[in-house]
Design a protein around this ligand. Structure first.
Ligand code: BGC
Length: 753
């Protein structure tokens, strides 16, 4: 294994031109070799729900064929598994495939947050929630890298739309950036050390991410300890020298040596220090050798991988609705409707497109049930007659390829009009109508109340047909849960007015209120909430306990609860742990996901699930502290089956180190004092004494009303106003001294301004 000293020696032997050359691709997929020094050329390839290895130079937009490979469910689907082991297995399988195909880095997973359902690449991303994203994508990275194949975590960062993605500036405040858009990157980088991070195309608050020292060096390396190399998204480099100095190591693909020459010139002119270049080359070579010196003799055949893809998709599909029609019986008279019954949509377009064998749809596994794909009016009436006479009709529908792809966003959340109309016609004559959906992001469902059941397969990979058959007939039990909210309509989405912006700027004015953080805080009706997913059995959650009542800064609190399968089929339940901040010291969403566990239960069985909570689980990103922060006080722990179905809860207390510093001045209001937990008892005494002195109900006002009015007035009043209500300057100064003394004694007195 090449160690740091050997790499230093190697770099010393390289010419300036060779070093600059290491910092860009040889072609679309390979890094350069330096044969005189024995430095090998290694390959990177797209994925990440399969391997898209292009033979030869290739290009990066999925237009040219790549080698035949198995297409696993896309991230929109795997995220619905709420299953870390499943993602680890996916990563492990991909790691083996990469070893087999000599691919050193798999370009993924993509972990951008689903800010709007319209983003064209949402099918490649996991969730609207950073915790879920970090946990699941982290497991995938761990699986890939367990085979000494690198993962490239992308697209860093705030790349949440395709419209003008190569130049548009995502405009957002620091708290939103850290809490929503960087949190999953932070988790995975700290825990998994991916070989590489891919710098996105877009600008962030005006600056290209690929040129941002704050993003590529300060946050990524200095704060989070990232040890790998940063690769540009394909063609994301704007100013090569500036990018290199900011921390962008590898430019991809090749720019034919043009930008390497700029690096050479910058070093020669003294604009760029050679030391920065050496460090860059070292980071790249470290990962090159980590791959080449750990080659594994592993393999995964197309047949084995296909079987894994089928098994995975069974765990990912989400049963959104079931009036009792599902599961179907094999001896029922069922008709299948829609082209997707035979040729399902199973992956999205663009650079993640896998050259998979066209999958067989569910119909092929159904003992050849009648299948209709009406085109003409005549066909339609034949189909409607058959539907009316059948025991049930299953409509396979969804979004067509051309609506979901890299490079552009959707304009609305509609299914094609002809699909909606077909569904409505069938539902009008057959109440047992089952909808099977194939799509990468939420759609509006104007017919939701007319259907008997809805099974969401998302973009389920090449095993989608077989998995749908197994789920529809109850050979498997659905256990997926939505990793995103399905809003009723596009107009309800928090970014509605601001997405995708004017092409120059995309303003994230909804701030931290993304997905359920918005819908749940506003108590808005939604089509299906975050975390929702039904089963053919039922579960109850109760007996929530914690191993302690109080959590400290460094402590871990263990939460347990009992999950019981109360139905008569085996199945998997997903326990979701949300935390609600009761301290009222900052603007927080009504609750946030901070834990989940998937558990298999036989009929009648009860199992205890256990999850842990730390100070970080309670925290929000405080831009003044430049750190995660949880106020002292009470927090509610909730366990539920979705963000809208909380089954049990318990309040715990948090006692952390004082981090925020304050100084009380004559203009500090009583309300501000009340928000600082250590000052609250004294502030309450002050309020009490003022109230008893000046409480005078006005005519017609009850004592309670007067007290309320007075309290609100006092809370809004600065301490200095005590002088206008009978107090003196001495009393005011005494009070201020008293409060600052408490702050001093507790180590949280701020310097004087
Ligand atoms: C995409 C990346 C991809 C790269 C290489 C870019 O257009 O944004 O996700 O990995 O191409 O194909």
């Amino acid at each position: 294994m090449y160690n740091a000293a050997k790499l230093d020696q190697l770099i010393q032997q390289m010419t300036l031109e060779e070093k600059a050359g290491m910092c860009s691709g040889k072609d679309s997929w390979y890094l350069k070799d330096v044969s005189r020094l024995g430095i090998p050329s290694v390959m990177m390839s797209d994925g990440p729900h399969g391997l898209r290895k292009q033979a030869g130079g290739g290009e990066h937009l999925g237009m040219q064929e790549s080698i035949p490979a198995v297409c696993f469910p896309a991230a929109c689907a795997t995220a619905a598994s709420f299953d870390r082991e499943l993602l680890h297995r996916l990563g492990d399988t991909l790691g083996k495939i990469c070893q087999q195909e000599s691919v050193s880095v798999l370009l993924g997973p993509g972990i951008n947050i689903k800010r709007s359902p319209l983003c064209g690449r949402n099918f490649e991303y996991f969730s609207e929630d950073p915790y879920l994203t970090g946990e699941l994508a982290g497991a995938q990275v761990r699986g890939i890298q367990s085979h000494h194949v690198g993962s490239s975590l992308k697209h860093y960062a705030a790349n949440n739309q395709e419209y003008q993605r190569m130049s548009c500036s995502s405009e957002l405040d620091e708290r939103t950036l850290r809490e929503i858009y960087l949190a999953a990157f932070e988790t995975i980088i700290k825990k998994e050390q991916p070989f590489t991070v891919m710098a996105s195309y877009n600008r962030l608050n005006g600056e290209y991410v690929s040129e941002s020292r704050k993003m590529l060096t300060q946050i990524l390396r200095e704060e989070w300890g990232f040890e790998g190399y940063v690769v540009s998204d394909w063609g994301a480099v704007n100013d090569r020298v500036k990018a290199l100095a900011a921390g962008l190591d590898l430019e991809m693909p090749s720019s034919g040596g043009q930008l390497d020459a700029e690096i050479v010139m910058a070093v020669q002119n003294g604009v760029l220090s050679e030391d920065i270049l050496d460090k860059t080359v070292k980071r790249i070579l470290q990962k090159v050798y980590e791959f080449t010196e750990n080659r594994e003799n592993v393999a995964c055949s197309l047949e084995d991988a296909h079987q894994i893809a089928v098994e995975m998709e069974k765990e990912c599909a989400v049963l959104l609705k079931n009036d009792g029609i599902l599961p179907l019986q094999r001896n029922q008279n069922i008709i299948y409707i829609g082209e997707f019954a035979k040729h399902p949509r199973y992956q999205g377009g663009g650079s993640s497109h896998i050259n998979a064998a066209p999958p067989k749809g569910a119909w092929y596994f159904s003992d050849k049930a009648p299948c209709f794909c009406p085109q003409s009016a005549e066909d339609l009436s034949v189909m409607l007659k058959a539907a009316a006479e059948a025991d049930a009709a299953v409509i396979f529908t969804g979004l067509p390829d051309e609506l979901e792809s890299e490079c552009y966003d959707r304009k609305d959340m509609h299914l094609p009009e002809k699909e909606n109309s077909l569904i409505q016609k069938v539902c009008a004559i057959q109440k047992n109508t089952v909808i099977v959906l194939h799509h990468g992001a939420p759609v509006e469902m104007p017919w939701v109340n007319e259907t008997g059941a809805i099974l969401d397969m998302y973009l389920g990979g090449e095993g989608v047909g077989e998995a749908a058959d197994s789920l529809l007939y109850g050979d498997s039990n659905p256990c997926g849960h939505l990793p995103e909210t399905f809003p009723l309509r596009l107009e309800d989405t928090p970014s509605y007015f601001f997405f995708p912006g004017d092409g120059k700027r995309a303003e994230y004015k909804e701030g931290i209120y993304v997905g359920y953080r918005y819908y749940d805080s506003k108590k808005m009706p939604v089509l299906f909430p975050f975390g929702h997913g039904l089963s053919y059995t039922d579960f109850t959650f109760d007996n929530l306990k914690t191993d302690r009542e109080e959590l400290t800064e460094t402590g871990i609190l263990t939460v347990t609860a009992d999950v019981t399968n109360t139905g008569n089929r085996a199945g998997k339940a997903v326990a979701q742990l949300y935390i609600k901040d009761l301290t009222q010291t900052a603007q927080r969403p009504v609750h946030e996901l901070k834990g989940f566990e998937k558990v298999f239960l036989k009929p009648g069985e009860t199992k205890q699930i256990s999850m842990t909570v730390s100070a970080k689980s309670l925290s929000w990103y405080n831009p003044y502290l430049k750190d995660w922060y949880a106020a002292n006080g009470e927090y509610e722990i909730q366990i539920g089956q979705s963000s809208r179905s909380i089954c049990c809860k318990k309040t715990i207390a948090f006692h952390g180190e004082p981090k925020l510093k304050y100084r009380i001045t004559p203009t500090s209001t009583v309300g501000e004092l009340m928000k600082i937990d250590i000052l609250r008892p004294t502030a309450e005494q002050v309020i009490h004494s003022i109230k008893t002195q000046i409480l005078h109900p006005m005519s017609g006002e009850s004592e309670r009303e007067a007290e309320h009015r007075l309290l609100e007035m006092i809370l809004g009043a600065p301490i200095r106003s005590i002088r206008s209500f009978g107090g003196t300057t001495d009393i005011m100064n005494d009070l201020i001294r008293q409060f600052n003394k408490i702050l001093l004694d507790n180590g949280c007195l701020a310097e004087e301004e």
